[in-house]
Write a protein that binds this ligand. Structure first.
Ligand code: ZN
Length: 258
């Protein structure tokens, strides 16, 4: 049945929570009722949402090859045989893609224009999709609220430079990262704040504001995603790291926590 309350006046991103703490993102263009899906770890919720809102899926964007990002791909394609964008370096793990993307490639689908940023570290082939208008970034597992992705394949150096690249995006960028890890990362930041000798922390006031807003949102069941890049730049210790050594120190310290 059509949802009569569904009449947004501009493009938006719907967050579909899956598994314990993942989001699948649906980019919706309300004018032509077309949509794109990013990182479908599973398919049921996505299909239900598209059908309920009577949206036409025009494509699937994948940031990297981990199961919780691509697990729903095959079944989604059975229902909607649409183009798939995936990192060129993951061709082997994702053989079903239509377009294999690399740094700077630009595309247009469902009236959304997006370009590709290569961001190795979490995995070697990891990419993000950047929409200059309206300043949305779909960044998979590279950056999280107050944190960054664990390094499974890449080096510290690669991850450090990937984050540096994100810092150069316009500060008003909204970052759609795939996991709701912000509260866990907050505990890490507070532990950092308790260390006297570390320069690797945002100022306490900004972190306190961040914490209040975060806890408010989460107590109401509101996602902490999208992240505001301007704010992450001020408080996220991994973005504040000024050298590879600092970044490595932080990442190793973070690895010791659960
Ligand atoms: Zn991953």
């Amino acid at each position: 049945m059509a949802d009569v309350t569904f009449s947004p006046s501009r493009p938006f991103v719907e967050l579909l929570p899956i598994f314990e703490d993942n989001y699948v993102f649906v980019l919706v263009n309300p004018f032509n009722k077309e949509a794109l899906v990013v990182d479908p770890g599973t398919h049921e919720k996505v299909i239900n949402y598209l059908q309920e809102k009577e949206l036409t899926l025009k494509g699937i964007l994948l940031t990297h090859h981990h199961r919780d990002h691509i697990g729903g791909l095959k079944d989604l394609l059975k229902t909607f045989p649409v183009p798939v964008w995936a990192p060129l370096k993951n061709k082997h793990q994702i053989p079903d893609a239509t377009y294999y993307v690399e740094e700077g490639h630009q595309y247009d689908a469902a009236s959304f224009q997006f370009s590709v940023m290569e961001l190795p570290g979490h995995t070697l082939g990891h990419v993000a999709y950047w929409l200059q208008e309206p300043r949305w970034l779909f960044s998979g597992d590279v950056l999280f609220g107050l944190g960054c992705g664990r390094l499974f394949e890449g080096t510290y150096e690669q991850a450090y430079y990937s984050l540096k690249k994100l810092k150069r995006l316009p500060p008003e960028t909204l970052v759609y990262c795939t996991h709701e890890y912000t509260e866990t990362n907050l505990r890490f930041c507070k532990m950092l704040s308790s260390l006297d000798d570390t320069p690797l922390r945002g100022d306490d006031e900004s972190l306190e504001l961040y914490e209040n807003e975060l806890l408010n949102k989460r107590s109401l069941g509101i996602p902490s995603v999208p992240l505001k890049l301007a704010i992450e730049n001020r408080v996220n210790p991994f973005l504040l790291a000024e050298s590879l050594q600092q970044f490595t120190y932080l990442r190793e310290l973070r690895n010791m926590q659960s």
